[in-house]
Design a binder for this molecule. Structure first.
Ligand SMILES: Cc1cc2nc3c(=O)[nH]c(=O)nc-3n(C[C@H](O)[C@H](O)[C@H](O)COP(=O)(O)O)c2cc1C
Length: 307
């Protein structure tokens, strides 16, 4: 299926794997790229040299296009931004903020810049700065979220910009892809489903929580401080919600969640860890390879879209 996104990224299928903190390391990114999508290394809060290592390891596993997600709130964002240029990465997505200060350096290096946005205003601003495409992420997504849903955000962003739009949030099968295309998207970014892929290094307890999750099993914490995060309900989210209701400060709440995503991903602590996942977790019922996931999604989407 050819779209402006497959052309821009040089990939077979218009599917990007979300640059998920702790999850999107070289095995997952390389597997998605090998399967014809675009795999992303998640920069998260990692130092530049760690991201460099991850890029090099991924490149040993695939010769196909690869990207990196830069988390703009990271204290190492400046270093990661430079490492991407030095390592010859061709596609960057950015999350949690405004990447304007890196545009000049990245564009000069011929890198395609794709900011993740949760509003029309930021999408328009990013287009003015020279973004090559936009990820419009609805709040069905796992992880840090905005306030708009995918259903409402994608068509409004598609109308507001002329660069291609990639829909994210709540897409877990071919129906989701077809729906996103009907809303004006030319590609999709998938996070939660790839967490349970065979190549994902996430602890089995985490994968099983997603596989067993029902439609209503995710919740959002952190809204009161303007930093909402979607994860699966557990002891941690209940404790967080209680403290939030008691009016505890952002710093106290941050302290509670320090290192808890890593604890869930690596140690499998799905009780006191943060099990980030989106609302689509309820639809995901098995572990498959990235290739199986992508081919199944694309076959269903192609049939529905008649292309
Ligand atoms: C465990 C997890 C961690 C995530 N971490 C990041 C991140 O560090 N940077 C980012 O831009 N998006 C992050 N996201 C969002 C994904 O990149 C993607 O946009 C989202 O998962 C898509 O929605 P879905 O979960 O419904 O598929 C994360 C999502 C999950 C599930």
């Amino acid at each position: 299926m050819k779209t402006r996104i497959t052309e821009l990224l040089g990939v077979e299928y218009p599917i990007i794997q979300g640059g998920m903190a702790w999850v999107a390391e070289h095995h997952l990114a390389a597997a998605v790229s090998e399967a014809g999508g675009l795999g992303l290394i998640g920069g998260a809060n990692a130092p530049g040299e760690v991201v460099r290592e991850e890029i090099r390891k991924a490149k040993e596993l695939t010769k196909k296009p690869l990207g990196v997600n830069v988390m703009l709130l990271s204290p190492h964002a400046d270093d990661v931004a430079k490492v991407i240029v030095e390592e010859g990465i061709r596609v960057v997505t950015t999350g949690a903020g405004n990447p304007e200060k890196y545009f000049e350096m990245w564009k000069a290096a011929g890198i395609k810049v794709i900011p993740v946005v949760a509003s029309v205003a930021l999408a328009k601003r990013m287009e003015r700065y020279g973004a090559d495409a936009i990820v419009a992420e609805g709040n069905e997504s796992g992880g840090h979220i905005g306030e708009q849903t995918t259903m409402t955000l994608v068509p409004q962003v598609a109308d507001a910009v002329s660069i291609p739009v990639i829909a994210a949030g709540g897409i877990g099968d071919g129906r989701g892809i077809a729906a996103a295309f009907m809303l004006g998207a030319e590609g999709v970014q998938v996070g939660t489903r790839f967490v349970v892929s065979k190549e994902s290094i996430v602890h089995d307890n985490y994968k099983q929580r997603i596989i067993k999750a029902k439609d209503i099993d995710s919740s959002v914490t952190g809204r009161s401080h303007g930093h909402p995060v979607r994860s699966l309900r557990n002891q941690m989210t209940r404790e967080y919600a209680k403290l939030e209701q008691e009016g505890k400060s952002f710093e106290e709440l941050e302290y509670l969640t320090l290192g808890t995503l890593r604890k869930a991903v690596q140690e499998g602590d799905v009780i006191n860890g943060t099990v980030m996942a989106g609302q689509i977790a309820g639809l995901i019922d098995k572990e498959q390879t990235c290739k199986e996931m992508i081919e199944e999604m694309m076959e269903q989407a192609s049939k529905l879209l008649g292309r």
